[in-house]
Ligand binder design. Structure first.
Ligand code: ADP
Length: 330
């Protein structure tokens, strides 16, 4: 797993658990989604019923799982967690659904990766609080309807566009999470440092925030690396010196680019004159798989205006040349 990847594995998730905001008013930034969600939840609480199903979309590491947990906490109920890839058969989903208790929140991460039969089962469950359990095979098979207690589905997806319309339509509320700005990330960092029992100096917070790619997960991860540096090589203080030194050790530059990002940009500029060059040629030049370049490095480089995608291939922008300290060919 890369230091600057927005995703997380189980070990990472364990380290994160302590840093998660528990209530909506502790959740930093995303004011639009927060405000809308607050209305949805309070209205449901006021009526004494369950809210609509909620779909959360946005890139990894921006707080979708955290919000699902907050939804359950605000509703005073418990959360059950599953994910699209974990459900390989419709029967797996039927088992989860039929074990839900009334009012529980079912969080389905990466919901766009649910297999089709499971997806169909889910529509029905969300709409009618019912599943048909198929018993037997072939002509003798029959469907036995099973009533479910009312529950709240919270789906999370990095690709809302990939969800089939019938599934998307079952969600009464969709919140889209966007990248955080630097001042929001500073708040996330200061809060996290407090929870870790340390004091993060303001200029160090700004330094880390600026290199965190708009993503709280990355900000928290870099904070842990800075804390390591301060403990082992510094004087324990999380100050600007520690932040800069740690980020240098981990090769995270001032824009939040890591070694792969810089290798891609540098190959593009120095070996291909700034492009255009095809993805696979570029990938060979940096010794990576095309898919890695396309899914790991490219989205951030494009978002930061360092790389452009044209029909003839990838091109370096003037900002890329400037960032590498190079002069573009005349
Ligand atoms: P996602 O499910 O979108 O991949 P998570 O909800 O797991 O992201 O969040 C990743 C990490 O970032 C968690 O440790 C969480 O505490 C932190 N985080 C995310 N959003 C916020 C926020 N708005 N305020 C504070 N911390 C946040």
């Amino acid at each position: 797993d890369r230091l600057l990847d927005g995703g997380a594995d189980d070990v990472e998730r364990a380290a994160e658990a302590a840093l998660r905001p528990r209530r909506l008013d502790e959740f930093v930034g995303q004011s639009t989604v927060r405000d809308q969600l607050s209305l949805v939840l309070h209205a449901a609480l006021g009526r004494g019923g369950s809210p609509d199903h909620v779909l959360l979309s946005g890139p990894p590491g921006l707080g979708k799982t955290t919000l699902a947990m907050i939804i359950a906490a605000e509703l005073g109920t418990s959360l059950r967690v599953t994910s699209g890839p974990a459900i390989t058969h419709a029967g797996d989903l039927a088992a989860v659904l039929s074990s839900l208790e009334e009012g529980e929140v079912l969080f389905i991460d990466e919901i766009h990766r649910l297999a089709r039969p499971a997806e169909e089962l889910l529509y029905m469950a969300m709409e009618d609080f019912r599943v048909d359990v198929v018993v037997g095979k072939g002509p003798g098979a029959s469907a036995i309807p099973l009533a479910l207690p009312p529950f709240v589905a919270v789906g999370a997806t990095t690709r809302a566009g990939l969800l089939p319309a019938p599934l998307r339509d079952r969600f009464g509320f969709t919140g889209h999470l966007d990248f955080y700005d630097a001042s929001e990330l500073e708040q996330v960092l200061l809060r996290s440092a407090g929870l870790l029992g340390t004091v993060l100096e303001a200029d160090a917070a700004a330094e880390i925030a600026g290199r965190s790619r708009g993503t709280p997960r990355i900000a928290n991860r870099l904070l842990r690396r800075v804390r390591d540096w301060a403990q082992v090589r510094g004087d324990g203080r999380l100050d600007l010196r520690a932040a800069r030194a740690a980020l240098e050790v981990y090769e995270v530059d001032v824009l939040g680019l890591d070694r792969l990002d810089r290798a891609v940009l540098s190959a593009l500029c120095t070996r291909f004159g700034g492009g255009p060059v095809g993805l696979s040629t570029l990938a060979v030049a940096v010794g990576e798989e095309p898919e890695t370049v396309e899914t790991v490095a490219e989205p951030f480089l494009v978002r930061e205006g360092l790389m452009g995608r044209t029909p003839r291939g990838r091109v370096a922008t003037p900002a890329a040349w400037a960032h590498l300290g190079l002069t573009p060919p005349a």
